[in-house]
Design a protein around this ligand. Structure first.
Ligand SMILES: [Zn+2]
Length: 403
């Protein structure tokens, strides 16, 4: 299948028109008073942000100036905060951001999906290749990376406003930008992690094993696993068993649509755990499994939950988590398991995610409750500490007057 940017534009527009059935939210033009300076939370040393103030930049003919409303704290931000693996310090972090257009260059007319852009519109950027909607962004060997798009992971420059942990961001011409005015603030903050699951489920569908009536096990109930359950529910999959070691997270999994839960703390050894999963499905192993933890042991265990001829999508290892030990004969070959890996998302998945978020709210899933902690820009150090301490689910920076 081949899809180009124009197709995506048509696709997104058609979906939005269908979903809305009404005009998008009223725009509030707030371009009137743009301050002379902007604040940026600059990571100036390991585990330390300074709030810096810079002159408001010139907005070029192709640029968009956005007043930031909020930005999710991602695992990548936490890695950078703790260890600076990309050697970016000083850096303005934050890539899961959203805000309102306050000024645009005269050449800017539409977003990356072809939807009109105006002052007052709510937007997100996307760290992804613009040129090929079907590949994931980090695949540096396959294509030229659209470096200017990776707002929140760029080296500091003389404009400084290139990360979303700030009160303004300058989105330069040629960057990927989407008009998401018809989504509320929380949904917009959650677009990026949700896109990861849209991609994972697309990968899972390539196995041709996932069906409406499939028995699906989701292992790991952090934000990724919980969103996985939500995506499956919006697809009409009803028979979902969630596995985790934390009772609170398992409770949330139920609210998100899991039929049954299994707390692995209550079962000694993988055989007992597999039996518990089987019991939860009423005496059957899973047709399909999503592995959403970063634990090699969890990867090794999950094969035992899957029936012969079943499928597995492994998406827990965003970064290297070490080696997992499986028995290729018993776990893979003799069971004829179809295994797919999933990483990040494509531009096409990003556009699909806007639609998913509306559908999830439409069927009453508590997606917005995933954001458990909100912090003002001044408290960004605390936000990162809370993220590192793995308290709560999704941590976000939210502009003070919107908290
Ligand atoms: Zn992220």
């Amino acid at each position: 299948m081949n899809i180009n940017e124009k197709d995506i534009a048509q696709l997104v527009q058609a979906v939005l028109e269908e979903m809305n059935g009404k005009a998008p939210a009223k725009k509030t033009a707030s371009a009137g008073d743009i301050p002379k300076t902007a604040k940026v939370a600059m990571l100036t040393s390991l585990e330390h942000f300074d709030i810096k103030e810079y002159p408001m930049p010139e907005v070029g003919d192709d640029d968009v100036l956005v007043r930031v409303e909020g930005c999710g704290v991602c695992g990548t931000d936490a890695h950078e905060y703790k260890r600076d693996p990309f050697s970016l310090i000083p850096v303005a972090l934050g890539h899961e951001g959203t805000g309102e257009i306050v000024k645009m260059g005269k050449n800017v007319k539409v977003d990356s999906a072809g939807k009109p852009l105006n002052v007052g519109d709510k937007v997100v950027t996307c760290m992804i290749f613009k040129d090929n909607p079907d590949i994931t962004m980090f695949d540096l060997n396959k294509q030229n990376v659209g470096g200017a798009d990776v707002y929140g992971l760029l080296p500091d420059d003389d404009v400084h406003l290139n990360g979303w942990f700030a009160d303004y961001i300058l989105v330069k011409g040629g960057s990927t930008i989407f008009n998401v005015s018809d989504l509320d603030l929380e949904s917009r903050i959650l677009i990026e992690p949700c896109a990861v699951l849209i991609h994972a489920v697309e990968r899972a569908k390539t196995t041709d094993i996932l069906r409406f009536n499939s028995r699906v096990v989701v292992q790991g109930c952090g934000p990724i696993g919980l969103i996985c359950i939500a995506v499956l529910r919006t697809m009409g999959i009803e028979n979902i068993v969630a596995v985790d070691g934390n009772e609170q997270r398992l409770e949330f999994a139920k609210k998100m649509g899991a039929t049954k839960t299994v707390n692995f703390m209550n079962h000694k050894g993988v055989e007992a755990l597999a039996d518990a999963v089987k019991d939860a499905f009423g005496g059957y192993y899973a047709d399909f499994a999503f592995q959403c933890t970063g634990s090699p042991v969890a990867h090794a265990n999950i094969y035992k939950f899957i029936r012969n001829g079943g499928g597995l999508c492994e998406l827990g290892f965003f970064i290297n988590g070490g080696d997992a030990q499986i028995n290729p004969h018993f776990d893979l070959c003799s069971k004829e398991i179809t295994l797919v890996g999933s990483w990040v998302y494509t531009l096409r998945d990003y556009a699909t995610t806007f639609d998913f978020l509306k559908r999830a709210q439409g069927i009453g899933l508590p997606i917005k409750d995933l954001i458990t902690h909100k912090y003002a820009l001044e408290d960004i150090n605390e936000a990162l500490e809370v993220n590192l301490a793995q308290k709560g689910l999704k941590i976000a920076y939210v502009r003070k007057d919107l908290l």
